[in-house]
Design a protein around this ligand. Sequence first.
Ligand code: AMP
Length: 399
Amino acid sequence: MNVLVINSGSSSLKFQLMDTAENKVSAKGICERVGVDGVFTYTGGNTQFKDKPMDIPGHEDAIKIVIATLTDAETGVIKSLDCIGAVGHRVVNGSEKHTGSALLDDKEIEYLGTITKLAPLHSPAILRGIKACKKIMPGIPQVGVFDTSFHATIPDYSYIYPLPYEIYSEKKIRRYGFHGTSHNYVTGEAAKFLGRDIKDLKIVSCHLGSGSSITAVDGGRSVDTTMGFTPLEGLMMGTRCGTIDPAIVTYLINEEGMDPKEVEDMMNKRSGLIGVSGVSNDWRDVCDAAKQGDKRAILAQKMLSTQIKKYIGAYAAVMGGINVLLFTAGMGENSYELRKLVCTGMEYLGIKIDDRKNQNFERGANLNLSAPGSAVQTLIIPTDEEYMIARETVRTIAV
Ligand code: AMP
């Protein structure tokens, strides 16, 4: 079946057409600067172009462009819309209701509209993408695959915040966790790669990209994760601060006269790697500056790697041990520096890596970095959220 996977952002719409029977990507691309001065990047069949200027005033226009390109005699890879069996949408927060993927009928779309406030930076755009697909492809089933559902197995003592209980019971403010589709995929792949039953594994899964999270996966079930009510909690990220003392927020507002919106903006867009280093939100740039001796870049590297170490230790404690440590996403897959910084000094937990393997990894391939005799298997497992969304979409419409 051809599944169109859609990942809508506030000013972008990423897509991938997957042939799930052949397990192959037929076409992919991204509409960017939606609502500004649109550009379109596409790869499909014999056609490839990057940042082609297009008029893309909204998400509906973006979907129309995608469909027209996919079905065009020259650029396309399918004859008509009828060749698309289903559309799978990445949805950031599905609330407590969604412990698995869901068919997005009118009632469900209406429900998603009532919970956009749970992820105000992401959900409105996702909903616009879903509504646009529904309008343009009315007969084609739409499925929501939620970043939060993999974390539905986290126990209450780890998802409830120590605030008055009503904050959870009435306002549904709790840890939801994110990147669930990625953690679910890579931990499943890790078990396959090792030839082990996932039920027997205690995995610490490190998704380290421009957004980062770490999840403790015990026997295939998420039991704790670093992101919380929003994707702002946990590790410092490219531009996000991660966990800080919450009193800093009220201090900045009450004592320093900052506007709440300004503080929110600072924590989401001007903190993390860019905030600390002052160099860039991109890890590669931070590493380059650190090599030149830039003190704040070195500080940012140390802060991030130390935070990751702390969570590995914490999650080993939560699970009563660790057999597998895995790295995925942009930095996790590609930065031997970060893996080295993290794994150095972790021998006490049974984590010993072979530095040659760590440096000579093949991009995009699974790899076991462990040194002989290491009790913990340290792996690189490239993530593939689009594949997982397509697989979930097929599974959901078959039910
Ligand atoms: P993602 O959000 O998963 O695309 O990850 C983006 C992050 O991965 C950025 O901080 C990049 O600097 C980092 N990254 C991507 N490629 C590399 C690479 N080859 N070496 C080091 N870091 C990389």
